[in-house]
Design a protein around this ligand. Structure first.
Ligand code: ADP
Ligand code: ZN
Ligand code: ZN
Length: 816
């Protein structure tokens, strides 16, 4: 019988293809290894899923041999490979594309070898696999050997002490401080006290500065209890090397009971310290650990806390890495040199050796859901990967997702609570709701800077403390409306309003201390009744209209496109205008802004560093100010417009609004000085606002779960969203109708085990020039939902107009 390999190739097809393993490669071709194989007369880079000796129904003359083996050691370890296959099945995603998420770059040496064999002629797609190759750097590390007392002096003694205290260091870095480090290290190496090693360096900015080791603080009672429970689970965790699918429903994530936790700790309660202890006990048991955080939370400050505890034997994975650095991180994990990985969503696929622990910090964060390509949820998949690997999983949050709370109630997650802030003096801030229907504008004239907010800012400045103002609208004015006919200026490619951005202009505010546009003589309220309208009597300079959904940016038009009137009103308040207005109202204060427009990764770190150093008095910003920053001197947080997020047509709008409020409020009063929070709203009774003001997270969760049950949304039900779009409206609508009709007549649809909602236009009906439609599938159980999706496969493959694009989104998050 021939030796056959199932190979996944990077094409959008779900199945693997069969190839024969040539005798010369029989000993080396293993699952997880990359191979070159012929596919429709081109060569593709594929991944071996399985190898077996068997007969097949396929005509043997049609089975081609594999062309070449790329990886001597499989690029994907068995545990990761089988997890990826299950992920692909769960999301109905093509296996080739799922594998691509986890595959490393190709090393130049591998490319050279293939070239030498003449294998790279006619190869398709190798270009998409990035190529890296290597410069190596020397590292020094102290061994466990002990020197004879008194035999070391001077630099040698100093270097050894330093290596023992701080762990491994690049030799070049040691030379900066000790001129003769190289020769001293050589001598230490000869005596077996130090090991010198060459390898590819991480040149990542997170490792630019040396980090001194810290002394772990004593845990408080709640932390100690949580750490002990996790430790016990680690001790009990299944033997390493698991990863074979266990019995049970083949495609249901099987969340383990006692080895998956929800760490529910208020903001500032010391969750990170619990993570550090958990990692330590995992490493002590000889297993590796993976830490996932939202991209925005992956700051040098956070990484420094991990480096201070575990040294530089840490792989940091994020979107800003160069290909070479990413590969260096990947190979240090893959080779087992480094056992801890920390990163954003895509770190889910890190080849952590002998995975024993996965931590997901801020597990409620929306950024864990990938919204393009393979639409996976990294939190859900972390539970799956951990379970399959026999690893412990800890989800942490101050505002747990409704999904995770539901898992606690169903006994699939064990809850651990940290009810108090870790710094003994720190208490949760006092929250005041400012009802904007009752309070008008303060001295700034802008109705969104109410008198109470203005006074609170004054008091904070007087006390030499800091304030954060949160507003989740970027730009200067979120909409431009015609003063004559009320027409809203929208993007040509998308059905959304264009935002006016003033850009980098910092000239003097308008006379009277008000910012330009704030309540000028012609101010009028918009047709929609939004506050803060301003007349553009003088054309603002240098400003642009931008679409926040596509890349459009263009000048502010001269006149209304509908009626020709020259009166265009800049309506509403964005962070740019807020910054200008605050700067004008508080001329003595140092005001800065943090949002996506001012901040690349480095800039935002610089702004936060200035905030921490007390060089900023008032920081204005979007979501970026709400995430995890520990800023001890912030005593006032103002939520400028709490209603902005709550009105979206999305069943998670209340949950998300609530999380934002609690998180941003959590920035206040993190140390000895008490904090306070002002929430401005026109809707003070909204549960998200009322519960946030009362710091009642469990109360909100209870109510929200009940609400979801009533309206039949997750976690009470399971959803799959079919997203259909097309340049031509009719084509999109037609495809959506066909899909909905088919879903209604498949067995699950007929038996009403799956409810088919739609087709309907998406809330954002047009995006980047494409009309968007959707069909929502809803079921109590996952099985029927999967059945329906499976029965749509044929239609999706070749039953629809080719100009319509259809995406299956299982467990959708973005509903717009
Ligand atoms: P969280 O991640 O829950 O928001 P952090 O881990 O950032 O909280 O902790 C908040 C602050 O409390 C940090 O400054 C941290 O160093 C400190 N901290 C945490 N645990 C302890 C402890 N057991 N004793 C003293 N300080 C602690
Ligand atoms: Zn008009
Ligand atoms: Zn657009």
């Amino acid at each position: 019988m021939p030796l056959l390999a199932d190979v996944a190739v990077p094409v959008p097809l779900s199945q693997a293809f069969t190839y024969e393993v040539p005798a010369a490669l029989a000993a080396e071709v293993r699952p997880g290894a990359r191979v070159l194989c012929e596919f429709h007369r081109r060569k593709l880079l594929g991944v071996v899923l399985a190898v077996s000796e068997r007969s097949t129904a396929i005509d043997p003359s049609r089975i081609k041999p594999l062309s070449a083996l790329v990886d001597a050691r499989p690029a994907l370890p068995a545990e990761l490979l089988s997890f990826l296959q299950e992920l692909a099945a769960y999301y109905f995603a093509p296996i080739g594309e799922v594998l691509r998420l986890a595959l490393p770059a190709i090393e130049r040496e591998q490319v050279r070898a293939l070239k030498a064999q003449g294998e790279l002629d006619g190869v398709l797609d190798l270009g998409r696999a990035k190529q890296v190759g290597g410069r190596k750097v020397a590292y020094a590390r102290a061994t466990d050997a002990i020197e004879e007392p008194g035999t070391l002096r001077g630099q040698a003694a100093a270097l050894l002490a330093l290596l023992r205290a701080n762990g491994e260091q690049p030799v070049a870095r040691l030379e900066e401080r000790h001129g003769n480090a190289r020769s001293a290290l050589k001598k230490l190496a000869e005596r077996g006290l130090v090991v010198l090693e060459e390898r590819e360096p991480p040149r990542d900015p997170f490792f630019r500065l040396a980090e001194a080791r810290d002394v772990p603080p004593e845990l408080n009672a709640a932390q100690a209890e949580a750490a002990a429970r996790i430790d016990a689970a680690l001790a009990a965790a299944a033997a390493p090397g698991g990863g074979e699918p266990r019995a049970g429903a083949p495609h249901e994530p099987r969340h383990a009971g006692p080895s998956a936790f929800l760490l529910f700790g208020v903001t500032g309660s010391g969750k990170t310290e619990v993570y550090l202890r958990a990692i330590k006990s995992c490493l002590d048991r000889g297993r590796g650990a993976l830490v996932m955080v939202p991209e925005i939370a992956l700051t040098p400050q956070l990484v420094a806390r991990f480096r201070a505890r575990f040294g530089d034997e840490l792989a940091v994975l994020h979107s800003g890495l160069s290909d070479a650095d990413r590969h260096a991180m990947w190979s240090s994990l893959h080779g087992g040199k480094v056992r801890v990985a920390i990163g954003a969503r895509s770190a889910l696929f890190a080849p952590v050796p002998d995975l024993g622990l996965i931590l997901v910090d801020e597990e409620h964060d929306g950024s864990f859901k990938q919204e393009e390509g393979v639409r996976y949820h990294a939190r859900d998949m972390a539970l799956l990967r951990a379970h399959r690997a026999g690893a412990v999983c800890v989800l942490g949050s101050a505002t747990p997702s409704i999904e995770s709370v539901a898992l606690v109630r169903r006994g699939k997650l064990t809850e651990l609570r940290l009810p108090d802030r870790a710094h003994r003096e720190a208490t949760l801030p006092e929250v005041t709701i400012v009802d904007l229907r009752r309070f008008g504008a303060g001295p700034s004239g802008d109705p969104l800077i109410s008198l109470p907010l203005h006074r609170a800012l004054e008091q904070t400045l007087a006390a030499k403390e800091q304030a954060i103002l949160f507003l989740n609208r970027r730009g200067f004015a979120p909409s431009v409306v015609c003063g004559s006919c009320g027409t809203l200026t929208t993007c040509e490619a998308c059905s959304v309003a264009l935002t006016y951005h003033r850009g980098r202009r910092r000239d003097a505010p308008a006379p009277g201390g008000a910012a330009p546009g704030a309540g000028g003589p012609g101010a009028a309220s918009s047709p929609a009744g939004a506050p803060a309208a301003g007349l553009v009597d003088e054309r603002p300079q240098g400003g642009r209209l931008r679409c926040h959904y596509c890349d459009y940016a263009g000048p502010l038009p001269d006149r209304c496109g509908a009626c020709g009137s020259r009166t265009l009103l800049l309506e509403g308040l964005g962070t740019e205008r807020l910054e200008a207005t605050i700067a004008a109202s508080f001329p003595e204060a140092r005001v800065a802004r943090l949002d996506r427009d001012v901040a690349g990764k480095d800039r935002s770190q610089a702004i936060l560093a200035r905030m921490r150093e007390g060089k900023i008095d008032i920081l204005v910003g979007t979501q970026m100010v709400t995430k995890g920053h520990d800023l001890p001197n912030v005593t006032l947080v103002g939520v400028v417009n709490a209603d902005a997020a709550l009105g979206l047509p999305d069943f998670r709008a209340a949950e998300r609004g609530f999380q934002l409020l609690v998180q941003v409020a959590g920035r206040a009063g993190r140390r000895d000085r008490p904090g306070r929070v002002l929430i401005q709203t026109r809707n003070p009774e909204h549960p998200a606002i009322a519960f946030a003001a009362a710091h009642d997270v469990p109360g909100f969760l209870d109510r929200e779960i009940r609400d979801r049950e009533e309206v039949g949304y997750p976690p009470a039900t399971r959803l799959a969203l079919l997203r259909i779009d097309a340049v031509d409206e009719g084509v999109g609508r037609g495809a959506a109708a066909k899909l909905a009709a088919h879903a209604r007549t498949c067995p699950e649809g007929l038996a009403r085990r799956v409810e088919v909602l739609g087709p309907s236009a998406a809330p954002i009906a047009r995006l980047r020039g494409r009309y968007r439609f959707r069909v929502l599938l809803r079921a109590r159980e996952r099985g029927p939902l999967r059945g329906t999706l499976a029965s749509l496969a044929g239609l999706l493959r070749d039953g629809l107009d080719r100009n319509a694009r259809v995406i299956i989104d299982v467990d959708p998050v973005a509903m717009l």
